[in-house]
Design a protein around this ligand. Structure first.
Ligand SMILES: NC(=O)c1ccc[n+]([C@@H]2O[C@H](COP(=O)([O-])OP(=O)(O)OC[C@H]3O[C@@H](n4cnc5c(N)ncnc54)[C@H](O)[C@@H]3O)[C@@H](O)[C@H]2O)c1
Length: 253
């Protein structure tokens, strides 16, 4: 939602794609409360389907004639700190291929397909911006100790799954590959690494993670909007293939 706020505050048309209509419509409603004249398009779309993405692309081109930017944001994001029903299965040695394949499909294949479908339009236009959303876990390994709960058996301990690390590191590879691929076509491609957002987690977890962050706290959602707007605008015209890290300093120590 905050990425869309950046787009709307810059006078752009925010186009949301999500596989689940409910959440997306709630986001649209909140955006319209803040930007009553904002232009917002929503598409219920599975980003792992090239066919569906092509339908959205064709519709957007019919309506607007151009596509200026793409933010590859979707990822299976296990809210491990909030608890999960199948904790034993997400431990590395048990991690099921089915989950792995699904996480890779959404986080990497989805970004690949969106970049192919929408990025190619931008390359043909001679102008465009792609932002790939990674994470502080695209730079460092998860410190699993912050998810641990005293008194729980080992197989019930919460962990960040291996797929998350791999997807978030992979996103940076995609960025660098595309930044070079489209460098002469006016399409700039960069990675944004957000870090843990505070959203009502257990206070003990918040305290543990905050100790790992030089600024001493988790992030607020509104702390990304200005950077997204900067990355989408000509203010960042000399930036491509870069990694912008907004992590309160977590990855520097
Ligand atoms: N929340 C954090 O603390 C945090 C920290 C670092 C990085 N990130 C990254 O930021 C991004 C957004 O995080 P979030 O917490 O808002 O995640 P989220 O889970 O709230 O949002 C991801 C969205 O992707 C959608 N989605 C899943 N599969 C899809 C598919 N096949 N097709 C279309 N849409 C699909 C989901 O419905 C969901 O709305 C993610 O890439 C995440 O890894 C988040």
């Amino acid at each position: 939602m905050k990425h869309a706020e950046g787009i709307l505050s810059g006078g752009g048309v925010a186009v949301l794609l999500d596989i689940f209509p409910g959440g997306m419509e709630r986001v649209k409603k909140s955006l319209l409360e803040k930007f009553p004249d904002g232009q917002i398009e929503t598409f219920v779309t599975d980003i792992t389907s090239r066919e569906k993405l092509c339908q959205v692309r064709d519709l957007l081109l019919e309506r607007y004639g151009h596509i200026d930017g793409l933010i590859n944001n979707a990822a299976n994001n296990p809210k491990v700190e909030g608890g999960s029903k199948n904790l034993d299965a997400i431990q590395f040695h048990n991690f099921p291929l089915e989950l792995w394949n699904d996480d890779i499909a959404v986080g990497l294949t989805g970004s690949l397909l969106c970049s192919q479908v929408f990025g190619q339009v931008m390359a043909e236009q001679g102008k465009g911006i792609i932002i790939n959303i990674s994470s502080d876990y695209g730079i460092i390994a998860p410190n699993q100790s912050i998810y641990r709960k005293e008194g729980l058996p080992e197989n019930q301990q919460i962990v960040k799954p291996v797929s998350y690390s791999v997807v978030k590191h992979g996103i940076m590879g995609l960025t660098k590959y595309l930044a070079v691929y489209w460098a002469q076509k006016g399409v700039r491609v960069n990675t944004l690494c957000p870090a843990s957002l505070e959203n009502g987690q257990d206070p003990a977890f918040i305290q543990k993670i905050s100790q790992l962050i030089p600024l001493g706290r988790m992030s607020r959602p509104d702390e990304y909007v200005g950077t997204v707007l900067y990355m989408l605008s000509d203010a960042s015209s000399y930036m491509t293939g870069a990694t912008v890290v907004l992590d309160g300093g977590r990855t520097i120590w």
